[in-house]
Design a protein around this ligand. Structure first.
Ligand SMILES: CC(C)(COP(=O)(O)OP(=O)(O)OC[C@H]1O[C@@H](n2cnc3c(N)ncnc32)[C@H](O)[C@@H]1OP(=O)(O)O)[C@@H](O)C(=O)NCCC(=O)NCCS
Length: 176
């Protein structure tokens, strides 16, 4: 990756306002209970997805300064089951901002109460769109990238945005 001067401000609106990634980073912790179980006795995947959506929504609302809706979830792979009684931690960070949309990355880890190390169970990329009072997309502030990790996530998110657009275009052509 080419050397880049940080901090770097990115975004697609004419808004003057810009916010750092750390301004909207969020962590949500959930202790799983039998109410979260699926038929195998582990945690139901939908419980994790709901928590991902919730924490991504808070992060997007903080970055954009108002309400947001979920436009899409990228592919989600569950790498390992989560047992009932484990502590699940979700860390959300805005990776990318477009004109009215934001990609929020959510890293999910799980650990037993007595474990030394959490294990990474999945990562999700959620596109949230900021909306106005009429439910129309509204412009979002730019994003200030302050370190190499934030820059790498931004570059990766740009590639995913390109891939999403290509897929949407391919679907449009197929359906027309
Ligand atoms: C998300 C929503 C507001 C987009 O409205 P729209 O009229 O399609 O808006 P636009 O075409 O102008 O797109 C607005 C932005 O959303 C992005 N977007 C729209 N659909 C998307 C999708 N499926 N995946 C990723 N991004 C998407 C666009 O790329 C654009 O981003 P940009 O402004 O940063 O370039 C609208 O589709 C909606 O309200 N969906 C329902 C959301 C909801 O209820 N979620 C909860 C589910 S229960």
């Amino acid at each position: 990756m080419n050397k880049v001067n940080l901090p770097l401000t990115v975004g697609e609106t004419g808004l003057e306002e810009a916010r750092t990634v750390s301004h909207s980073q969020q962590t949500l912790t959930h202790v799983t209970t039998p109410l979260d179980a699926n038929l195998t006795g582990n945690v139901f995947g939908g419980v994790i997805l709901a928590a991902v959506d919730r924490v991504a929504g808070v992060s997007a609302a903080r970055h954009s300064g108002g309400p947001c809706v979920t436009a899409s979830f990228d592919q989600v792979d569950f790498r390992s089951p989560i047992s009932i009684g484990e502590i699940v931690t979700l860390a959300a960070s805005v990776n990318y901002v477009g004109r009215t949309s934001m990609e929020v990355g959510v890293r999910v880890t799980a650990e037993g109460v007595l474990d030394d190390q959490p294990r990474h169970t999945n990562s999700c990329y959620v596109t949230m769109v900021a909306i106005d009072d009429a439910g129309r997309p509204r412009p979002v502030p730019k994003l200030i990238l302050e370190d190499a990790t934030q820059y790498r996530r931004y570059i990766d998110a740009s590639a995913r945005r390109g891939a999403r657009r290509s897929l949407a275009e391919a679907r449009r052509q197929r359906d027309s």
